[in-house]
Ligand binder design. Sequence first.
Ligand code: PMP
Length: 390
Amino acid sequence: MKGRKLLMIPGPIEFEPDVLQAMGMATTSHVAPNFIEVFGNSLELMRAVWKSPKGQPFIVAGTGTLAMDMAAANLIEQGDNVLVISSGYFGKRFKDILDRYGANTTILEAPIGEVVSLDTIEKELKARPYKALTITHVDTSTGLLVDPKPIAHLAKKYNTLSILDGVCSVAGEALNQDEWELDVVLTASQKAIGVPPGLALLIASEKAMQVWKNRKTPVPNYYADWNNWLPIMRAYEERRPSYFGTPAVNLIVALETSLKIICKEGMDNRVKRHQSLSKAFRAGIASLNLKILAKKNNIAANTLTAVYYPEGIDGAALSAKMVDSNVIIAGGLLPEIKADYFRVGHMGSVSSNDLIAVLGALERALLELGHLIVSGKSLQTFQNELLAAN
Ligand code: PMP
């Protein structure tokens, strides 16, 4: 019955059958003409999804953490000031990575459920020159959405590079890299991009590439060094064979398939679908008197929702009951409140059917655990929200 389980964690997600089928093809050589074409197409399609016709895309075998590592290793040198704007666990991870490369990091944090204000960010940028700042678009540990546009604008004003961790946002949340002047937007394959785990993806702006070229010291990480990868990306885009490290051939074939699906839907439609489904889901959750971590709806992510367990409910028992109903959700991740909440992913190919299944299973689990709710209430609310939105 494994095939009937619904994977509703915030990555890896449920993948499109066409993507999985593409992955199952007989592996070709990484210099075979058909694969060169697939790789070249994937780079071009990334530009459309990121809305970055001018950017330099990279596709490298690894995870989202490698994409973060790559941005830090290539752009930061010993002693550079970097401002980390954190909204949870993955902001702290960025600080750890930057510290490893000798950056002089300052982390800005807000109380749980809130995001750092623009005033606070500007005050810090005014106080000292920063080489770069990092933003977590959606922190998967808290389900908080940060609007990168005004922050990137501030970064520009203070001549600071802006690096966006879009692991839980790219291809799900609104993004316009070139227009917003974001210098690096990075992600991983297993979330809204819709491809099984194993690819680190990023696009760097012309300015970021210039800053990298003007480095005074070598990139202190062999695998992540753009000196090794830039010629490879250029070769594939020019449809020439090349080699540095063997590309994840099957994953890249799956990536091309998924990027085509995304572009067929259209990024604007895709973002709207994520927004309307997440809004209806949050309304369903609220109708059960459950609270989400985000203190305001305009900072609640559209790719996942983090929900506090109601008082008196044992989180492990709730998750186990959901599994019995063939719905897999994720537990908490933020160390301070790890045991107090759960997370539901709703990105990529997610549909209203999936979220109805989650709400149905959640209601049954709560009722079975003795929590008083009106059966069907969240389903009714979800339906009404969606009907009102259409
Ligand atoms: N940043 C964010 C916002 C994430 O959600 C994740 C993964 N959950 C990462 C970075 C790290 O990605 P990976 O697990 O693929 O290394």
